[in-house]
Design a protein around this ligand. Sequence first.
Ligand SMILES: Cc1cc2nc3c(=O)[nH]c(=O)nc-3n(C[C@H](O)[C@H](O)[C@H](O)COP(=O)(O)OP(=O)(O)OC[C@H]3O[C@@H](n4cnc5c(N)ncnc54)[C@H](O)[C@@H]3O)c2cc1C
Length: 405
Amino acid sequence: MSRCLAYRAIDHVVLERGEVAHTWRTERWDSLRLLTPNWQSRLPGSSYQGDDPDGYRTIPQVIAFIENYAKAISAPVRTHTTVTLLRRNDDGYLVRTDRADWQCRALVLASGACNIARVPAFAKQVPPSIACVTAQQYRNPNQLADGGVLVAGASASGTQIACEIARSGRPVMLAVGEHIRAPRMYRGKDLQWWMDAAGVLDERYDQVDDIGRARRVPSLQLAGTSDRSTLDLNVLTDLGVVLVGRFAGLADGKAQFAGSLRNMCAMSDLKMGRLLETIDAFARASGLDGTVERAYRLPPTRVADNPPLTMDLARHNIRTIIWCTGYRPDYGWLEVPVLDHKGMIRHDGGITASPGLYLMGAPFMRRRKSTLIDGAGDDAREISAHLASYIGAGAPRSIALEHAR
Ligand SMILES: Cc1cc2nc3c(=O)[nH]c(=O)nc-3n(C[C@H](O)[C@H](O)[C@H](O)COP(=O)(O)OP(=O)(O)OC[C@H]3O[C@@H](n4cnc5c(N)ncnc54)[C@H](O)[C@@H]3O)c2cc1C
């Protein structure tokens, strides 16, 4: 967004509570690699120039990539500046920070979609002998007590963390709710390549039937590894991970798991099949059929005949629960009435009902790829165009940002 505002000669600042790439420095586990290949993290005016376009960035590489981009575009970032209040006033918006107040005519909320780990309310009833860790707090298996681990949630974070802990030798149980299975490679190419080429990631928010539902869809079960292998529930079962249904409750130290495991897996296989059909249709229509591997399908997800519906956590020596049950944004500082009853910003493709107030980085904000680094560019180009016309910047002009204190 900063690059797009600069391009339009719109005077702006970027307020950041930590360092550039703060969330990548503080909220990710050690072994995480992007699940998107290097070529796919395109930002306005920047594309991958290295010699490993199909590799997956490590966390230090992601930090360096974002830092270098901020430097290259001379983004006017004010680090260690936490926004503590945002209020509308006659001149636009008052932005209070722990350092100074700012007055601006327009404002882009780009504080992230994943500030707080979503944890079910019954987590409060977990016995004190069991440590609870969220995906944001998890770093590596060494931080965990010896003994069994229950991982709740089987999307990208949950499957990757369950895999790593199982490989460390600990018994792992994975509570599986709604998830979307996806092969890493399909017909000889990265799944992300197919989704990009076939236009799946460019699908717009105003073209899908139920955008509310589309925005809640969990992340694909993908991992970025050097062997480009698929990470799905069958792989985890082969590693000894025990699959149970969605973690639905807890009473007297006994975990309750939903009886929907088989259904959830069947739905996930079905959704994967639909995605692969879209890709096959694209390959056919674009004349790629003869040049890539033939279409194929993975065997269905294997599910035990009678997965347990309850489990005494202590008796099964579960010492840690890792909540990989999603994330939500934190707008505790926002005093502009644009939140819905769930605390999410109401918006139309990133444009809120409060004039001059915009959003970035929200799931499926304008396109399916809005969730990804790669989606920020197109969103920023369109939102900055709207913002420019709002402030009357037909010809470049300044937002007139100034210190109020
Ligand atoms: C575990 C995980 C893995 C992911 N893997 C991938 C991947 O492989 N590929 C991919 O493309 N995308 C991935 N994503 C998504 C990716 O993180 C987002 O697309 C991207 O980070 C969005 O950038 P952002 O700047 O909108 O949000 P963020 O990266 O969350 O940045 C928001 C910034 O706002 C700051 N901030 C928050 N509140 C305040 C405040 N009150 N005052 C001042 N500053 C504040 C934060 O410190 C932070 O630096 C992943 C996300 C997660 C959680």
